[in-house]
Design a binder for this molecule. Structure first.
Ligand code: PLP
Length: 364
């Protein structure tokens, strides 16, 4: 087998090794089926239990109540930037957006094409290194919904708890921290996540929506863009992304089995992030964290080195050690280490050790 690196990619990202091994074992023929997951009908007796188990396992992991629907869609996080306002924002209404980084801004850009929006808070002046306090939020009590991004993948800032928005439905882009911790689903009107950061391969996006909100979907919307159509058809209105749903199902089994649930996953994630933030803290300014300490992401650890030369050297020396994809997003610069669920603690320890050694060699 080819040597696997420690892959710190922001997405598509590392997947659990036992899941990849199972996919490899079953690739030519699913047990009892005699054909590959890539070759079978989405309406076959072989696939239906796969998508049903994926939903059942998500419901168990997140304690999703019965009055919420779980949808498996395509089009990624970005299609949700459009579907959310197309379905939930009626003419004459307004939607509030909390902007804590690049993805929230992109969500707002699409929403503006569909209806009227407001900005409830914008962290731009501080380069998106922080989150709003409750008092900072300027909310419209009659808004159709409030949208926020639980984890800003590029800047590395993450809400530890949901913003308080009263009775207005809370809509969350949870693309980069979905399944990394338990969530109080009742606080949400709608939550969406593309899978390829933390929950599976690219191609499937999970939408969890409170069923009363399905009534808002205008029947004149194109069928694919209508949440109610997907809910009525159990995500089978058209062919769902069968392979991606299958891998997502295996990941939910890994979380329920090997990992022991989302509390345990969250504890592991906190410990991994602590290893890196402690090294940043110890470095005496050599590594400068982007996010303020009280809103640091457990998923994407962002920091800068004293110069672009040292940053480039860091990335290239790390790569020689089998620590890859550490270059920060072009809009923020520096380093970004994405340490999603499937990144083993050993990988984070290897990065921490490298950071320490690199600092000793290069600190003035
Ligand atoms: C990656 C990401 C997206 C975009 O997802 P696509 O599937 O590429 O459309 C949206 N929001 C967040 C927070 C992300 O990290």
């Amino acid at each position: 087998m080819t040597q696997r690196v420690y892959n710190f990619s922001a997405g598509p990202a590392v997947l659990p090794l036992p899941v990849l091994e199972q996919v490899a074992r079953e690739m030519l023929a699913l047990p009892g089926v005699g054909a590959s997951i890539l070759e079978i009908s989405h309406r076959s007796g072989a696939f239906l239990p796969i998508i049903e188990d994926a939903e059942k396992n998500l419901r168990q992991l997140l304690s999703i109540p019965d009055d919420y629907a779980v949808l498996f869609l395509q089009g990624g996080g970005r299609l949700q930037f459009s579907m959310v306002p197309m379905n939930l924002l009626a003419p004459g209404q307004v939607a509030d957006y909390i902007l804590t980084g690049s993805w929230g801004n992109d969500a707002l850009k699409e929403a503006k094409k569909a209806g009227q929006t407001r900005i409830a808070w914008d962290g731009k002046a501080a380069h998106y290194d922080r989150l709003p306090s409750r008092e900072d939020l300027d909310l419209e009590p009659q808004a159709a919904y409030v949208h926020f991004t639980s984890n800003e993948t590029i800047q590395g800032v993450q809400f530890a708890a949901e913003p308080e928005v009263g009775d207005v439905p809370l809509v969350c882009d949870a693309s980069s921290d979905f399944l990394s911790r338990p969530l109080p689903i009742r606080k949400y009107g709608l939550l969406y996540a593309c899978a390829q950061k933390n929950a599976g391969p690219a191609g499937v996006t999970v939408v969890i929506i409170r069923k009363d909100l399905l009534k808002r979907s205008d029947p004149k919307l194109p069928g694919y863009l209508n949440y109610d159509v997907h809910a009525q058809n159990n995500s089978m209105w058209n062919t769902p992304p069968t392979f991606s749903v299958y891998v997502l199902k295996l990941i939910t089994e890994w979380l329920l089995g090997d990992v022991g649930g989302l509390e345990a996953m969250h504890a592991r994630n906190k410990e991994k992030a602590r290893l890196l933030y402690d090294e940043i803290q110890r470095s005496g300014g050599f590594y400068a964290g982007h996010a303020q300490p009280n809103c640091r992401s457990l998923m994407n650890v962002t920091f800068r080195l004293p110069s672009d030369e040292l940053t480039a050297q860091f990335v290239s020396e790390a790569k020689q050690r089998g620590l890859t994809e550490l270059k920060g997003h072009r809009s923020v610069g520096g380093i970004r280490a994405s340490i999603y669920n499937a990144m083993p603690t050993a990988g984070v320890e290897a990065l921490r050790d490298f950071m320490e050694e690199f600092r000793r060699k290069n600190q003035e």
